[in-house]
Design a protein around this ligand. Structure first.
Ligand SMILES: Cc1cc2nc3c(=O)[nH]c(=O)nc-3n(C[C@H](O)[C@H](O)[C@H](O)COP(=O)(O)O)c2cc1C
Length: 181
């Protein structure tokens, strides 16, 4: 059966290069049913949580993570860090009981305007994931530089080296899924 892949993009832009990178990752993964998460979630506020629990989009995200065989996360770099959108989503999900993340195979990547392709944001993302006890796919970091110029009109990566690195990352993720929980 096709593996269920869930993509989390740290950018809400309709033309986001991180969202395109996730779609390329799902294509290169191969036989997969790919869903894109909606990270447009109200800002975390402890009073709101106490009054009403997790907002609808956060509950949906928790369910999608729990249901996925593997998760892809791509973040832009904003001022050397992950985006507030992504951190806010991770914080809401962390408030759910039980935790949906534990033991999930996860591949992280980044795409950014700068020459380093958001590598600082990506290493911050790796440390943000530590409390959730996920299984990060062991592969070389994929950081897409000059991200707005790396995709053609169909959203395909135009640089063979990025495509090859993303393929290797997806192979590592598939191996994690095959290893089971
Ligand atoms: C607030 C802000 C801060 C940014 N800081 C950085 C940065 O530190 N390093 C970098 O490479 N790009 C930085 N950028 C540019 C983003 O990498 C660029 O907008 C990128 O394309 C965003 O990803 P997206 O196409 O998925 O939206 C910044 C952009 C914004 C809006």
């Amino acid at each position: 059966m096709a593996h269920k892949l869930l993509g989390l993009s740290g950018s809400l832009r309709a033309d986001s290069s991180n969202t395109k990178l996730l779609r390329e990752a799902a294509r290169l993964y191969g036989d997969a049913a790919y869903t894109e998460a909606n990270l447009n979630i109200p800002l975390y506020n402890g009073d709101d949580e106490e009054a009403s629990g997790l907002p609808g989009p956060a509950q949906t995200l928790v369910r999608q993570i729990a249901d996925a065989d593997a998760i892809l996360i791509s973040t832009p770099e904003y001022n050397s860090a992950i985006t507030g959108v992504l951190k806010n989503a991770l914080d809401w999900v962390s408030r759910s009981k039980p935790q949906p993340w534990e033991g999930k195979p996860v591949a992280v990547m980044s795409a950014a305007a700068g020459r380093a392709g958001g590598i600082r944001a990506q290493s911050m993302l790796r440390s943000c994931m530590t409390p959730f006890k996920v299984r990060l796919a062991p592969a070389a970091e994929l950081a897409v530089a000059d991200s707005r110029n790396q995709f053609d009109a169909e959203g395909r990566l135009t640089n063979d080296r990025y495509e090859a690195a993303l393929t290797r990352l997806m192979e590592a993720l598939k191996d994690e899924v095959a290893r089971g929980h």
